[in-house]
Write a protein that binds this ligand. Structure first.
Ligand code: FAD
Length: 404
């Protein structure tokens, strides 16, 4: 019998387990993960950026947790010897119509308490010699890290505090037995006083298994990447982003130097026909039908038809993908790029066709459900974990350590 069972061994489930084991050192905690290793889905297939928090609406959870989370992530990496680099990034306007949006982003960065600098085209070239643009801004606090390494350390810390970690354990059913909840899995039954749902791409389904309304449906958006050939890595020194469309939750294809020295270009954002569909041909009838029969999806599609079509074209045509990248670095050529991994984002969509903009954590009876944790949730993971622990009602039978 457990005090807390966490469903999902991505960065949010593991950060929550870590925060929980520090807050309640005597609690019996278990993390249940359906895959055979940690961080196999969103967390293990992302861009590896420690975001600064420039994009997010001031006062939102994203803005707060990202700003605080980027600091706590860097401190965590320093403390535990995980490779990271605070290399900074540039966001550049390449067309006149983007200049006002760039100015707005600059102001937003200041409102969010960040150190942001305006750059002329020449100043951008001093940082990124191969970029051609009209103007840019620099955020110096952006960094890079391998989030899988971060997760392995979170898992070590849970284990060293006495928590249990179960791989190959898929939660299939949740029922009640008095004050306890019973989690039936393919690998045994687990009784627990409290459930924390951090199931990422499946978080809405797990919430429903626990009789909780997730308030939105998860719609999977695949992000495909190319990698620059090693002999072309010199084209990118740090991280180079376009000015994003403020009505769209994705940042536009960009160049990212990874912590292993490789340079990735992407990700785009196309509807995936399978929640864990990493290839263009992946298809799952249930996943597909759920999206197609959801009124919110059609309202979203009507609103963003142009962007959606552009993203599809960019997915199927390398020339179109390269064309977007050439707006940032004109000398990059199709022959410089090789396809690499893809990731699938779990984005919550409401019935009215609006994407859930902020992180969304829903309370149930003796349960908490993380129903929307897209980017920058990896950056913010330590803060999200702590916030989830704060939301758990006091547990009189457990001794709590107040300051963690
Ligand atoms: C392409 C891409 C690029 C991104 N880039 C960045 C970035 O640079 N910086 C950043 O901060 N964020 C980035 N993000 C966002 C970030 O990766 C996610 O917000 C974060 O990883 C979410 O973590 P999670 O633990 O909620 O989900 P996940 O990592 O998906 O973990 C959920 C886990 O739950 C498990 N699970 C699901 N159902 C069950 C079940 N029934 N039983 C047991 N286990 C179950 C899954 O197997 C999975 O391991 C990016 C995301 C993507 C997809």
């Amino acid at each position: 019998m457990y005090d807390f069972a966490i469903i999902g061994g991505g960065i949010i489930g593991l950060s929550t387990g870590m925060a929980m084991s520090l807050r309640y050192p005597n609690a019996r905690i278990v993390v249940l993960e359906k895959e055979s290793s940690w961080a196999n889905h969103q967390t293990g297939n992302n861009s590896g950026v420690i975001h600064s928090g420039i994009y997010y609406k001031p006062g939102s959870f994203k803005a707060k947790f990202c700003r605080e989370g980027s600091r706590s992530m860097v401190e965590f990496c320093q403390k535990h010897g995980i490779d990271y680099e605070v290399c900074g990034k540039v966001i550049v306007a390449t067309e006149n119509k983007e200049l006002l949006l760039l100015e707005n982003l600059y102001k937003r960065g200041l409102e969010n308490g960040l150190s942001v600098t305006k750059l002329s085209a020449k100043e951008v070239e001093e940082i990124e010699p191969h970029v051609r643009c009209l103007a840019g801004i620099q955020v110096t606090t952006t960094g890079i890290v391998d989030y899988k390494q971060v997760c392995l350390k979170y898992a070590d810390l849970i284990r060293s505090q006495g928590g249990e970690l179960r791989l190959n354990t898929k939660v299939e059913k949740i029922s009640k037995a008095g004050a306890l909840q019973v989690l039936e899995t393919n690998n045994g039954t687990f009784e627990t006083r409290f459930v924390i749902n951090c199931a990422g791409l499946h978080s809405d389904r797990i919430a429903k298994l626990g009789q909780v309304n997730p308030q939105a449906k998860i719609v999977p958006f695949r992000g495909e990447y190319y990698e620059l050939k090693p002999e072309k890595r010199y084209l990118v020194k740090t991280l180079i982003y376009p000015v994003p469309n403020p009505d769209f939750p994705f940042l536009g294809v960009h160049f990212t130097r990874m912590i292993d020295g490789s340079v990735h270009a992407g990700p785009n954002a196309v509807l995936s026909l399978k929640r864990e569909g990493y290839k263009k041909t992946d298809f799952d009838l249930r996943d597909f039908m759920e999206v197609m029969t959801y009124p919110g999806f059609w309202k979203l599609a009507a609103k963003h038809a142009d962007e959606g079509i552009q993203e599809m074209i960019r997915s199927f045509s390398k020339a179109a993908f390269v064309h977007s990248l050439q707006k940032l670095i004109p000398e990059v050529q199709a022959s410089d790029l090789i396809p690499t991994h893809a990731g699938v984002r779990a984005q919550a969509l409401m019935n009215d066709g609006n994407l859930v903009d902020d992180f969304l954590i829903v309370q149930g009876g003796n349960s908490v459900h993380v129903c929307n944790a897209p980017s920058p949730a990896a950056t913010s993971s330590i803060e999200i974990g702590k916030a989830i622990v704060e939301q758990i009602p006091s547990q009189p039978h457990l001794q709590a350590v107040v300051s963690v």
